[in-house]
Design a protein around this ligand. Structure first.
Ligand code: G6Q
Length: 547
């Protein structure tokens, strides 16, 4: 027996047996068996109320899942992360995004050095700079104040600021717009700049490595756009950088005094609280940014200190494992009932899929079990008129997270109460469904033929978590984001994979380089496979015909 494979452990096998026993359990029967269930399966993590009652799980499920977590050493790995151990073993790096929002005053050591003085120094630098853009004392080359800030970055250097800017737009300085350019497709740059005055535009080039092709291509186009309009010397006033690579920043022509640094222990998809958040800080101001950090930190503390049984990120991670590994579900949906969170699912699509889309264990074996799920989602209620059909009546079970707020950002008529009524109703419909008898009665009452009844059945037993927060603020956004980060951590720890590398993006990158070189040389034989060679040759021929 291979002791290091989680599927051979007692906890795993107990869960397999337990799944067999639970397969036909209905959500209705779980509630009938325990009239306290709604209350006892509701938890509080900082300001978030988390309802876990609509899960296909009973107390024994939780005992077995927490045993699995203990046995997998999740707590030790968590402590190692917080303590600066190099748990990203394939890149030999510590994983310390929690230090970026460590508002406790505690030191955080990496290799015997406290990283907090550097973290605080960069936050001060960001605050000073963002104040100067917000109050107009930082001007463009012609002396005009900055009206639009464009963050150029991709992946982890884009999605965090995009998500959080959308989420916190209501806290932003409205005479200062923030836009984002990430795609190497020029359309995004052209559309982002077409109505702008270069003299009033500031670019933040956000790239940890400062070598990413998309970002450097967009940055070069932006520099041309500025210098064509304002002259060669304008770069200094219109460009700042966020990076770990001072040399490349200087070579690009940005004064390193206007470079905001971060460190190799900040993973791209975990970098929102680092200088990568500079564009966000400019939009919402330093106080709101600090409030967001405080929210992150409060959830970090919950994750760091709560026992597994009450540790909400861990419980969410465990329930995900319960479905993925024992019920064979393949995807999870994140459904925020808050328009401002429209990019939250996309943010955690990267957060989760890049972290846990892995097939090799930390000790280098192929996994024998399913790891990260596909993550997707859209804000409610739009999804209800689109893909919820499959959630309710499709053949796949998709565990769902509903995220809603007690107080709306905009109290307009009955909008918010109607929105939330929809969210509560959807979780009930998924969980409890509509039985064949109920569907038949319904069908008859409507005067429809009886054979339509089956189409009107809802199987129910479709699990969901409901997260209810008081109000969308920088602080609660920080809490929510950290909650999901630590859920992902928990799952990676149990699956025994490295959640902090992303080698899966490399092959495509190097093939793109080769393909581009072949395109420029017009040498399709340089490509390694017949299909790609044919595609390239067709592309070149059609371009030639059009000339
Ligand atoms: C995230 C990934 C990836 C990264 C981008 C941008 O965890 O590492 O999405 O953020 O590839 O990289 P640079 O910041 O180096 O340009």
């Amino acid at each position: 027996m291979d002791e290091s494979d989680i599927t051979t452990t007692k906890a795993w096998q107990d869960l397999q047996d337990h799944h067999q026993a639970m397969r036909d359990t209905s959500m209705r029967s779980l509630f009938e068996a325990d009239d306290q269930r709604a209350g006892s399966w509701s938890h509080q993590a900082v300001d978030l109320r988390i309802d876990l009652s609509k899960h296909l799980a009973d107390n024994h499920t939780l005992e077995l899942l927490t045993a699995l977590a203990r046995q997998s050493g999740v707590e030790q790995l968590r402590d190692d992360m917080f303590n600066g151990v190099r748990i990203n073993t394939t890149e030999n790096r510590a994983v310390l995004h929690t230090a970026l929002r460590n508002v406790s005053g505690r030191p955080v050591m990496v290799d015997g050095t406290d990283v907090m003085p550097d973290v605080l120094r960069v936050l001060d630098h960001m605050a000073e700079f963002s104040d100067s853009v917000r109050n107009g004392s930082w001007t463009g080359a012609t002396g005009k104040r900055i009206r639009t800030v464009i963050n150029i970055g991709i992946g982890g250097s884009d999605l965090g600021p995009v998500m959080a800017y959308e989420a916190l737009r209501d806290f932003s300085q409205r005479d200062l717009a923030l836009r984002f350019v990430s795609n190497i497709d020029a359309t995004q740059f052209v559309e982002a700049t077409r109505d702008l005055d270069p003299a009033e535009t500031l670019f933040i080039i956000s790239s940890k490595t400062f070598t990413t092709d998309e970002t450097m291509t967009n940055a070069t186009t932006a520099r041309d756009w500025i210098t064509t309009a304002l002259g060669q010397d304008a770069t200094a006033n219109h460009f700042v950088a966020v990076s770990t690579n001072a040399q490349a920043v200087a070579e690009f022509g940005i004064d390193t005094a206007n470079m905001f640094e971060f460190w190799d222990w900040v993973g791209g998809r975990y970098s929102l609280c680092s200088a990568i958040g500079l564009s966000l800080m400019i939009a919402i101001g330093k106080d709101n940014f600090h409030d967001m950090l405080a929210g992150f930190h409060a959830m970090d503390e919950h994750f760091r200190t709560a026992p597994i049984e009450q540790n909400i990120p861990m419980l969410l991670g465990l329930l995900g494992i319960w479905y993925g590994n024992f019920w064979d579900t393949r995807s999870e949906a994140i459904l925020p009932y808050e328009q401002y969170l429209s990019r939250f699912p996309a943010y955690f699509q990267q957060g989760n899929m890049e972290s846990n889309g892995k097939r090799v264990t930390r000790d280098g074996r192929y996994v024998s079990y399913q790891t990260g799920p596909v993550i997707w989602g859209e804000p409610g209620t739009n999804g209800q008129h689109a893909f919820y059909q499959l959630l309710h009546q499709g053949t796949d079970i998709v565990p769902v997270d509903f995220i809603g707020f007690v107080h709306p950002r905009h109290q307009v008529g009955e909008h918010h109460d109607k929105l939330m009524a929809n969210m509560f109703a959807q979780s009930a419909a998924l969980a409890f469904g509509k039985t064949p008898e109920e569907a038949l009665a319904d069908t008859k009452a409507l005067g429809l033929p009886a054979d339509v009844a089956r189409h009107r059945e809802f199987p129910g037993n479709r699990p969901s978590t409901t997260i209810l927060a008081p109000e969308l603020t920088p602080n609660t956004l920080g809490q929510l984001t950290a909650l999901y980060e630590h859920k992902i951590f928990t799952q990676g720890a149990i699956w025994n994979i490295n959640s902090f590398d992303q080698w899966g993006v490399e092959l495509g990158k190097s093939l793109a380089k080769q393909t581009y070189a072949a395109m420029k040389d017009r040498d399709v034989t340089a490509l390694g496979d017949a299909s790609s060679a044919q595609l390239l040759s067709t592309y070149l021929e059609l371009q030639d015909e059009a000339r």
